[in-house]
Design a protein around this ligand. Structure first.
Ligand SMILES: *Cc1c(COP(=O)(O)O)cnc(C)c1O
Length: 385
């Protein structure tokens, strides 16, 4: 058996694959655009495209009709440029000492929610001779990034002053929802009103032509009326529902995580399995060894909880998830070394979905896909659609 090696020198791959269907990403962006009522779509591709591979996911999203890309960090945005992607890119988590000169030179747009960020951006603009597009971020009630209502007028005035000097251009006005995945949560209407106020303050102060954007995936799909000029979905681009209790919205999960059984063996009743013997076989049974572990993003918490598809049926993880491997109790199902194991996928062939994994682990799909480790090669399909 031979296994793909992502980069055999520095990054040996595990005998497992995260298969990524790029046609699904393209489809999902088209679905999101229908909800966005003509607004632009910025595909959020931070965290390596939510674990799917940033550049590949970005290209697929652009094929689906995205016109812009969003990242958390400047270095992620620069990696998109290095991959040859030249559409507008916004990076929104700026910390002291980032490579802002390079960002300016590469035409990366930057978020500013505090005066010191604006001044660092303006300084980079002055050094490089480039005018940097800045999206001013209002904290409308999440209390994470962004200027509070009290700070906002001064931030806007400072931005307009730096704009008058030719250093920056106020390219956007934006904010982020705290509870858009809980339709009807009272904070949603409050944040909408606070954002409308922030936009009004900025426009009264003289901001013109800035794109206004507020909606993550959950808001894009459940609140089309707040799409403003652009929506900024992430998780839904990858086909995972931002509001699972409302269904899948016609999205298609892009990732299928697979491995091949490395061992299949009969053991007697009463066999303690894996570290700590947290699973003891209730009868004579067949155990299979799956070569993926917590170093690959299979949460140790999945011990005795999550299910996988192998031998045509679902079977539960048996005992502790180790760093590089876990065991599965397949009962009397006929399995052999080399048989495919599907941890999760779209669910078409009876495999668990990422949503089921998240539910059984008490987490969200975001955490499952973004944790798939660097050892797991991403294998792409659906490129020529
Ligand atoms: C991650 C992120 C998004 C995308 O959120 P999803 O819930 O994945 O759609 C949008 N905007 C900001 C500021 C983010 O941090």
């Amino acid at each position: 058996m031979s296994f793909p090696l992502a980069d055999p020198q520095v990054r040996p791959a595990t005998p497992a694959e995260a298969r990524v269907d790029l046609a699904a990403i393209q489809h999902n962006v088209a679905v999101l655009r229908e909800h966005a009522r003509g607004a632009e779509l910025m595909a959020t591709v931070k965290a390596d495209g939510y674990g799917h591979g940033m550049a590949e996911a970005a290209q697929a999203a652009l094929r689906g009709g995205a016109t812009r890309l969003g990242t958390a960090f400047v270095r992620e945005a620069l990696a998109l440029r290095a991959a040859g992607i030249d559409v507008p890119v916004l990076a929104w988590v700026i910390t002291p000492g980032e490579p802002l000169d390079e960002a300016a030179e590469q035409g990366i747009e930057l978020s500013a929610g505090a005066a010191w960020v604006l001044e660092e951006i303006a300084a980079a603009a002055a050094r490089t001779g480039r005018t940097v597009g800045v999206h001013l971020k209002a904290d409308t009630g999440m209390s994470r990034g962004g200027a509070t209502a009290a700070e906002w007028p001064d931030l806007v005035d400072l931005a307009l002053a730096r704009q008058a000097e030719g250093l920056i251009r106020v390219a956007g006005l934006w904010s982020h929802f705290a509870c858009a995945d809980e339709p009807g949560h009272p904070s949603i209407a409050a944040q909408q009103a606070a954002f409308a106020d922030a936009v009004q303050v900025a426009e009264k102060a003289g901001v013109r032509g800035a794109i206004r954007h507020l909606s993550n995936s959950a808001a894009t799909l459940s609140l089309p009326e707040v799409a403003y000029d652009m929506v900024r979905p992430g998780i839904a681009v990858y086909g995972l529902s931002p509001i699972p209790q409302l269904g899948d919205f016609g999205l298609r999960p892009a990732m299928t995580l697979t491995a091949r059984l490395a061992i299949a063996k009969r053991v007697p009743a009463g066999s303690g399995v894996s570290y700590g013997h947290l699973y003891v076989t209730p009868r004579e049974t067949t155990l299979g060894l799956v070569p993926l572990g917590y170093a690959d993003g299979i949460l140790r918490h999945a011990t005795n909880l999550a299910e996988v598809l192998v031998g045509g049926a679902r079977h539960r993880i048996a005992g502790r998830v180790c760093m590089d491997q876990f065991m599965v109790d397949v009962g009397d199902t006929e399995v052999q070394v080399g048989d495919e194991v599907v941890l999760f996928g779209p669910g078409d062939d009876g495999e668990p979905t990422c949503q089921e994994w998240a539910d059984s682990l008490g987490t969200i799909t975001y955490e499952i896909v973004t944790r798939i480790g660097a050892r797991v090669p991403r294998v792409y399909s659906g490129v020529n659609t």
